[in-house]
Design a protein. Structure first.
Length: 564
């Protein structure tokens, strides 16, 4: 009997020892979580994540969100070295993703002559002359972003500016990037004369006697661009870094760049030495798909700072340049309905080839016929090609849609990749160009969402400013820049602040294969977010444009703070 008692006592002691040991091990493990690198408190966080739509605090470690919730939950992650920021109740949203930039052009344009708001030909000429006077002889004048609609629609001419640019070749773009104005010096360097033939998918503006007078449209722009010298590597890096600072000031944490191999190379170089301060997803021209397939085979698709594998094609031109491809002629230029910029059969083959090679294809389409042709092509190719994990068809602009097209985006899972600022810009004169009837499917944000499409937004910078707040204002109010539509132009297509934010964040993460990494403020995702000066959800819609980006954070690193 005593033996039994001993055994029982020994058993008890063993049990106590085990319990104490577990307790002590747990105590030694405390804190149960690693302290955060930084925590943000007293915030009004719109997460974009339906599981936890709002929160007051957030903790970050190693560039990712490790907790999001109330102050008590987040304070539990406080360590001796944790940086604490009190946001004073300001709105925090996921970092903005701009799904369509021409980044090098934008960056060059920042330091060039500014013509977007030149209201008269006289002002246009004066600004170019003033800028030229600051340059050494021989230096090209680029970008500019002029808009002849500002003065009623007369195209500029070389002889407007020859006298003020005698020593500087000029190649400045209409803000839509579908026309370039060259001065006589640039045309001379390019060997342009009355004998220069027209080209497929382009137009050369000529005088009665056939002499080109300075404006080159779409593919014909290459006649001038071919003689514009490349930037040196040093100029390239400093120019891109200016562009990155500009993007960060607008709360942009990632761009989808509709760019060139030069840009892809530059971003790769910057990322390799940890000097890239903006996330980039690089697209190159669709025609280069065999090269990109080989590049991906050798180099993979990049990392969270710089990724590639996107191919960008173009079906047609633009509304502003009357080169967007419609079924019916332009109302104000009945001689044309626009046109595809190349032979459609080889173009279709390129889309199909790129998709079969496992690349991500997106294509520019603006006119109703261009959009329908592309939807038809995507549908056929998806049925004929083998499965492609990188098939997330996008149509860049999707600007003027036929009735059936409005629902086909959702049916075919084609992403409408749109730019809301264009709506309040083009809205000033679009009716003159295409008439009232065709306005029904124009910048149809609301209709596309109602049909279930994954609406996604960007700027198309330098066509429009890389100003996301202005884009949200445009999508929510549809107030045209001329003030003529205070209740919104085609008001049924207005969308909510949350829908516009989603189009700039989660939808863009999806449209770039990053839905598991970015786009919402969710535990485990990259700590990319923006602090705003005011609450987008409570200010009057017309005041959204006055909301400022106060702070931009990428991967937990503060990359921009607004000077107050
Ligand atoms: Zn573009």
């Amino acid at each position: 009997m005593s033996k039994n008692i001993t055994i029982t006592r020994n058993g008890m002691i063993a049990a106590i020892v085990a319990i104490i040991a577990v307790l002590v091990i747990n105590r030694n493990d405390e804190p149960a979580v690693d302290p955060a690198d930084s925590i943000y408190l007293n915030a009004n966080i719109w997460t974009g994540d339906a599981a936890t739509p709002s929160a007051a605090a957030m903790a970050i470690k190693d560039g990712r969100i490790v907790a999001i919730g109330n102050a008590d939950q987040i304070n539990a992650m406080l360590g001796a070295a944790t940086e604490i920021t009190d946001l004073g109740g300001r709105l925090v949203v996921p970092g903005f993703i701009d799904n369509h930039t021409h980044f090098l052009e934008t960056s060059i344009g920042l330091s060039s002559v500014q013509l977007r708001d030149a209201a008269t030909p006289e002002e246009f000429i004066r600004r170019i002359g003033d800028y030229a006077a600051t340059l050494p002889a021989g230096r090209w004048i680029r970008v500019g972003s002029w808009d002849h609609e500002n003065w009623g629609g007369a195209l500029p001419r070389a002889d407007w500016i020859d006298a003020v640019t005698p020593d500087n070749p000029v190649a400045i773009d209409r803000l839509d990037g579908h026309m370039v104005l060259a001065n006589s010096l640039a045309m001379e360097l390019a060997g342009i004369s009355a004998d220069t033939p027209d080209m497929l998918g382009g137009e050369i503006e000529r005088d009665q006697d056939g002499t080109p007078n300075g404006v080159f449209k779409d593919t014909a722009m290459s006649l001038i661009y071919n003689v514009v010298p490349d930037l040196s590597a040093e100029e390239l890096v400093s120019t891109l870094n200016n562009g990155i600072a500009n993007a960060l000031s607008f709360g942009v944490t990632q761009i989808h760049n509709m760019g060139t191999w030069v840009e892809l190379g530059a971003f790769t170089g910057l990322a390799r030495v940890n000097a890239l301060k903006l996330r980039v997803y690089s697209f190159v021209p669709l025609a280069d798909w065999p090269d990109m397939a080989a590049y991906v085979a050798d180099n993979g698709r990049g990392d969270n700072m710089h990724r590639w594998g996107g191919m960008k094609g173009i079906v047609d031109g633009s509304l502003g340049s009357t080169t967007a491809w419609f079924y019916e002629p332009y109302s104000d230029e009945p001689g044309t309905a626009g046109f595809p910029l190349q032979e459609l059969e080889p173009f279709y083959d390129a889309i199909k080839g790129a998709d079969a090679a496992g690349l991500h294809v997106t294509v520019h389409a603006i006119g109703d016929q261009a959009n329908d042709w592309l939807l038809d092509s995507f549908e056929t190719i998806a049925a004929e090609n083998p499965a492609n994990p990188y098939r997330r068809w996008r149509i860049e602009h999707a600007q003027h849609l036929s009735g059936p097209a409005l629902s086909r985006f959702a049916q075919l899972d084609v992403i409408p990749s749109m730019q809301p600022y264009h709506a309040i810009d083009d809205g000033r004169w679009a009716e003159k160009r295409i008439g009232a009837e065709r306005l029904h499917g124009t910048y149809a944000f609301g209709s596309l969402l109602a049909a279930g499409a994954r609406l996604s937004f960007g700027s198309d910078s330098p066509v429009a400013p890389m100003d996301v707040i202005a884009g949200i204002y445009a999508a929510v109010t549809r107030r045209t820049l001329d003030g003529a539509n205070p209740d919104g132009w085609i008001p049924m297509e207005k969308i909510s602040v949350a829908e516009a934010l989603t189009a700039y964040t989660a939808a863009n993460a999806y449209s770039g294969f990053q839905e598991n990494e970015a786009g919402t403020l969710t535990v485990g995702k990259l700590a990319d977010f923006v602090v705003l000066s005011d609450d987008l959800f409570t200010v009057a819609p017309e005041d959204i444009r006055h909301v400022k980006v106060d702070v931009t954070v990428i991967g937990g690193i503060v990359r921009y703070v607004r000077e107050q």
